[in-house]
Write a protein that binds this ligand. Structure first.
Ligand SMILES: [Zn+2]
Length: 79
């Protein structure tokens, strides 16, 4: 009998769902509002103040995902 990794629970949807991601390898948190805005925070208090202040400061404030090494573009394989 092996203990496998349990599946993640289903992700909730809706218009009042906030997501907070811990940015791996850092002390930072990424907040995702239900409106789609994202912001990186060091302080969880500031994070919640920003989330709960919706829509203040939420208009098109997007933070690019931390990707230090972009995937190399692949040339299409010859037919
Ligand atoms: Zn928002």
């Amino acid at each position: 009998m092996s203990a496998g990794i349990p599946e993640a629970p289903p992700v909730l949807g809706g218009d009042r769902v906030y997501r907070i991601h811990w940015v791996l390898g850092t002390d930072r948190l990424r907040a995702v509002c239900h409106c789609g805005s994202e912001r990186i925070f060091d302080d969880p208090v500031e994070l919640w103040e920003w989330l709960l202040a919706h829509p203040d400061g939420h208009e098109s404030v997007t933070v690019p995902a931390p990707s230090p090494e972009p995937a190399p573009a692949r040339a299409p394989a010859p037919a």
